[in-house]
Design a protein around this ligand. Structure first.
Ligand SMILES: *[C@@H]1O[C@H](CO)[C@@H](O)[C@H](O)[C@H]1NC(C)=O
Ligand SMILES: *[C@@H]1O[C@H](CO)[C@@H](O)[C@H](O)[C@H]1NC(C)=O
Ligand SMILES: *[C@@H]1O[C@H](CO)[C@@H](O)[C@H](O)[C@H]1NC(C)=O
Ligand SMILES: CC(=O)N[C@H]1CO[C@H](CO)[C@@H](O)[C@@H]1O
Length: 694
């Protein structure tokens, strides 16, 4: 071939590739009934899928099938605890550090035996199928086994976030009249605290063998049995399975709502199976070679879907915790391995807050090192960013290989070096963090949008879509429809893109809220063709290729005194970029002309600034009260706001600095780290009034 032809052919091929990509339609218009709007479906299917496996209609059938097919493969792995140590830091506080060993694995065959034994044991203990069982524990091997065992007895499982408060725990156990609680030693303590109010609990199955003495059967109305004893009981007294149907309720999942008491969402086997099937089509080539690192709460729908998915394709699941994830995680003993480097997973699920933390950690390290290695990192990062942003063609090839080898390999080692896909959901992921993961880990992120109410169904970005800020087309089991919301100023006839409230429909839509007809009727509707729709309250727009972008939330838009609309979430997202901000809540009073903000400060950043300025203070809360500090942080917020081109009325005019971080334990943010507006507002009522000069 001569140079002329090469010179002609290569650019042509690149041109064709680029255009094929930009023309790729990921979502297509759909013909649906119900409220008028702009509806889209996935390009892979013509109507929503219900199951990816022929003849499989429940999670029980799915798991049984996998166990038959992958009998000798490894399924569940847990790390051995070598030692537990208490380390004391220089300021006298003590921390628990764990020394964990290698993963110990059990096969599909063995897990299946455990599941059938536990199911028989549960029945033998006297649990009948009309009664509900709750699993209240951290993510671990026994969680999965107990879940599958309950399914085999057609027992509905109630799930509760381990970090919910006692009031919420009491409410959910009482509302569902749970008869058997399966929990860990730590959770059993919370149970004991509210034992007086739990009328329905008859049995407690404790996963850990050392049951605390004050939990004993003698003092309470319940009997306590250890997990291994239930298995043993079942092994000696096998009982036939009592299989559920697709329409039977598999799980009642209590979600930490941002207002009031949690609501229990009823999910059928069919609901969960539909999402598991749909997500399988999204992760490329998922199969027995895949290793999944499980550490998110099992009571989070994303984790429930992910573990059932991995266990259906012959992959293996290794358990970890957020506090032992990497070699430098808080609870990992110095010099020993974190979960990710011990496991080397290929697939992970994550919430944005965790990926943000990984990203901040890396940037901090690079900046601290400085010098040549920082320059090299910056150069590599910019080159890769250009390549990914500009052309799809440039995203691969030799240069990528080179930079990976020179710079990014060390970063990839943080998560074990083999990650090939990250499932992300629960909250919007920032474009910066998505790029960081794409570049430094070299792995695509499937960014999902869905709710517990839609069984995590909704949308999911395709692995080959390198754009940021969007959540992809509808997944194959969902329709997504936008409907007009005139008060918010959003319409499906908007240009250049249709906009409106997001409504999700299909077989993945759950039955509704447990014992809450009214709330169910408010948010769910069945159309004339029998499809259920959930009204999300989120506002989105559809790009030309059928990908959804979340732009607002109905509840979070406030109209100011002069009629300007402020989208609280949008402003917060912009301002979070300030180095002084750990978390923030914008507040707008409709009777005022300006907004204010509560800022949970980033202590290290503020302390560093103070020491540079030579400002004396005895503790951080005093520093937060100082006028100079407030001024400095405010200036930094304004800078971020201007960068994001916010309007003047959107920028908080006054702020209050708070020294304590907002963690799920404080109740100010959900377990997925979303802020709970109502609770924060109530907690800091006085501060907010002061900001408005009242
Ligand atoms: C499963 O259990 C539920 C609740 O007890 C019951 O209504 C349903 O009929 C059961 N399903 C089968 C197939 O027996
Ligand atoms: C538990 O539920 C019953 C009704 O099912 C209710 O009467 C009782 O007040 C509830 N108790 C608590 C502590 O919520
Ligand atoms: C990425 O590309 C878009 C348009 O193609 C451009 O507006 C943006 O500035 C680019 N970003 C970077 C970081 O190069
Ligand atoms: C709960 C629910 O919406 N179930 C539906 C799931 O999808 C099938 C098929 O589309 C419907 O027949 C069910 O009613």
């Amino acid at each position: 071939m001569n140079a002329y032809i090469i010179g002609f052919v290569v650019p042509l091929v690149i041109y064709l590739f680029k255009n094929a990509k930009s023309r790729k339609r990921r979502g297509l218009p759909a013909d649906v009934a119900g409220d008028p709007g702009f509806a889209v479906r996935n390009h892979r299917v013509t109507s929503p899928m219900t199951s990816a496996w022929e003849g499989v209609t429940t999670l029980v059938e799915l798991f049984e099938r996998a166990c038959r097919e992958h009998h000798h493969r490894l399924l569940l792995g847990t790390r051995e605890l070598i030692s537990r140590e208490i380390e004391t830091s220089s300021d006298g506080r003590s921390f628990e550090k764990l020394h964990l060993g290698e993963y110990k694995w059990i096969t599909y065959g063995t897990v299946f035996e455990s599941v059938t034994s536990f199911a028989s044991g549960l029945a033998k203990l006297g649990h009948v199928r009309e009664e509900r069982a709750a699993i209240f524990a951290e993510t671990r091997e026994e969680w999965f086994i107990a879940l599958q065992a309950c399914f085999r007895r057609n027992v509905t499982v109630v799930t509760i976030y381990a970090s919910l408060g006692e009031e919420a725990l009491c409410h959910s156990l009482n509302e569902t009249e749970v008869a058997t609680v399966i929990c860990g030693r730590k959770e059993l303590k919370s149970l004991v605290n509210i034992a007086g109010q739990l009328d329905s609990v008859k049995r407690v199955i404790c996963i850990d063998n050392d049951v605390p003495s004050d939990a004993s059967s003698a003092q309470h109305r319940w009997t306590i049995t250890s997990f291994s004893d239930v298995e043993k009981l079942g092994r000696e007294n096998p009982i036939e399975a009592d299989l559920p149907l697709s329409a039977d309720v598999a799980v009642i999942m209590y979600t930490s709502g941002s207002t009031g008491l949690p609501k229990g969402v009823m999910m059928t086997h069919g609901n969960i199976l539909a999402t598991v099937s749909a997500v399988m089509t999204i992760v490329p080539n998922l199969g027995p070679k895949d290793v999944y690192l499980a550490y998110l709460p099992m009571a989070h729908i994303l984790e429930l879907i992910a573990e059932n998915l991995i266990a259906s394709v012959g992959g293996c699941i290794g358990y970890g915790t957020p506090l032992t994830l990497t070699d430098t995680s808080n609870k990992v003993k110095k010099g020993t391995k974190g979960d990710a480097s011990a496991l080397s997973p290929t697939v992970m699920a994550a919430v944005p807050a965790i990926l943000d933390r990984v990203r901040d950690g890396v940037f901090k390290k690079v900046n601290a090192k400085g010098g040549l290695s920082k320059q090299l990192f910056d150069l590599a990062y910019t080159r890769r960013l250009k390549a990914i942003n500009g052309s799809w063609f440039g995203a691969w090839g030799l240069e990528k290989f080179l930079w990976n080898f020179l710079v990014f390999k060390k970063i990839q080692a943080i998560l074990g070096g083999r990650i090939r896909f990250i499932l992300c959901g629960g909250a919007p992921l920032s474009g910066d963090t998505q790029r960081f993961i794409n570049i430094c880990l070299g792995a695509p992120i499937g960014q999902g949008y869905g709710l517990t109410e839609t069984c995590a169904g909704g949308s999911f970005s395709d692995f080959d879509d390198t754009s940021v800020g969007r959540v992809g087309p509808p997944i194959p089991c969902s329709y997504i429809k936008l409907i007009d919301w005139p008060e918010g100023g959003y319409s499906t006839t908007d240009s250049p893109m249709p906009r409106g409230e997001i409504v999700i429909g299909g077989p993945n839509i759950t039955l509704g809220y447990f014992k809450n007809e009214e709330k169910t009727r408010e948010s769910y509707k069945v159309d004339e063709r029998g499809i259920r729709w959930f009204y999300t309250g989120d506002v989105g727009r559809f790009h030309a290729d059928g990908c959804l972008e979340i732009i607002d939330r109905k509840k979070d838009i406030v109209k100011l005194q002069h009629g300007e609309y402020v989208s609280l979430g949008k402003v917060e997202a912009a301002i979070l970029g300030s180095p002084f901000v750990d978390n923030i809540m914008l507040y707008a009073d409709s009777f005022q002309s300006y907004c204010v903000a509560l800022v949970a400060v980033s202590r290290p950043a503020l302390e560093e600034w103070a020491s540079k300025q030579g400002i004396a203070y005895s503790d951080i809360s005093e520093l937060c009260g100082k006028e100079e500090a407030v001024k400095e942080v405010h200036a930094s917020l304004v800078k971020e706001a201007k960068k994001a081109r916010l309007e003047k009325f959107e920028i908080p005019a006054k702020i209050k600095l708070l020294s304590d971080p907002w963690t799920p334990e404080t109740g100010l943010v959900t377990a997925a780290l979303k802020i709970k507006r109502d609770i924060i507002r109530k907690t800091f009522q006085e501060e907010l009034s002061k900001l408005y000069g009242k």
